[in-house]
Design a protein around this ligand. Structure first.
Ligand code: UDP
Ligand code: MG
Length: 318
């Protein structure tokens, strides 16, 4: 078994006062059991990140830490920054103490019992273990349809993401250090983590219903998140504009010929040929130019992310 076995479980919390007592109780049980089995060290912790909640979330976290500092720790953000940022804050704080980090939601939708398998995979040498939902019975038809559709669209746009995986995952310290090199501000972690690489595997679990309280991801936020995911990872939409430009331009040539023939055979009224010709030609040229400008914008956008160009897994050199 790997000697480096300090586990941190990072849990972002936004107005989660209703679920925290139960979540902390169950997570504590899990951590104690894993410690007893010798799979994780006694330095392992559950790290709650308070994402600027206005309710009792932070007082609850502070109390947990005061009562049992050898089990609970806390990170308090200066204000609400959203789930992805809160998660990143937790990961980058925990990486200073942990050998492996598991991230999960506070509402017990992520099955805590999958933690065992994740830790086992870590000991087998995997550096990233994705939690994958086996079924979505507890989701409404609408949520399931939109969510699964989203994963498919992402795939079609060439974004490397794991199907039905959200943010329940284990990462080794090395993997989180890799993540730290990604400088982007528009965070879409489930798209970034596969970019880090390293040996990975999945663990399936059944997604439960939220234990208490209500979702902090209303439809509006969900759509914004999805749009963020696409525009942060794919320049294909820009390419589509370019392709459209090419098509319209080609059509315009055909239309020009058609308009000329129509004129020569005398089936037109005055001014029609020149109008038809210019509309199509100008339209095609405009779309084409937009696509070209888009290509450069796409390049700028990739550059400004300052993503690491590579991450070395190992070097052989004697
Ligand atoms: N969350 C957060 N900041 C936010 C919104 C949500 O830290 O601004 C946390 C929330 O406390 C929970 C996780 O992100 O632990 C997932 O949120 P939620 O369960 O509401 O989303 P859903 O499961 O409905 O998609
Ligand atoms: Mg939830």
């Amino acid at each position: 078994m790997n000697e480096n076995n300090t586990l941190y479980i990072v849990v972002p919390c936004y107005k989660e006062q209703e679920v925290l007592p139960e979540t902390s109780r169950r997570l504590k049980e899990k951590v104690l059991a894993l410690r007893a089995q010798g799979k994780i060290s006694d330095k392992s912790r559950i790290m709650f990140v308070n994402d600027g909640s206005s309710d009792n979330t932070w007082p609850i976290i502070s109390r947990l830490h005061e009562q049992e500092p050898d089990i609970f720790s806390g990170v308090n953000l200066s204000r609400n920054r959203g789930h992805q940022n809160a998660l990143l804050a937790g990961l980058l704080t925990a990486v200073n103490y942990a050998d492996m980090i598991i991230s999960m939601d506070a509402d017990l939708q992520d099955d805590i019992n999958a933690v065992d398998a994740m830790v086992d995979h870590y000991h087998e040498g995997y550096e990233v273990v994705y939690g994958v939902r086996s079924k979505r019975d507890t989701d409404t038809f609408f949520k399931r349809f939109t969510a699964e559709g989203f994963y498919k669209v992402m795939k079609a746009l060439g974004v490397d993401i794991v199907f039905n995986h959200a943010d329940y995952r284990l990462m080794s310290r090395r993997a989180v250090e890799g993540l730290a090199q990604f400088g982007e501000v528009n965070l879409f972690l489930r798209g970034i983590v596969p970019q880090i690489g390293y040996k990975w595997t999945t663990v399936t679990y059944e997604r439960a219903e939220r234990f208490a309280g209500e979702s902090k991801y209303p439809l509006k936020k969900m759509l914004a998140f999805a749009a963020d995911g696409i525009t942060s990872f794919s320049v294909k939409p820009i390419r589509m504009v370019f392709s459209l430009g090419v098509i319209v331009f080609l059509v315009s040539l055909v239309m020009l010929v058609y308009a000329l023939i129509a004129k020569l055979t005398g089936h037109t009224s005055a001014g029609w040929t020149s109008l038809m010709g210019s509309i199509w030609l100008i339209g095609g040229i405009q779309l084409l130019s937009l696509g070209v400008v888009g290509e450069y914008v796409g390049k700028i956008y990739k550059e400004t992310k300052h993503r690491p160009r590579f991450i070395i897994e190992s070097v052989l050199n004697k």
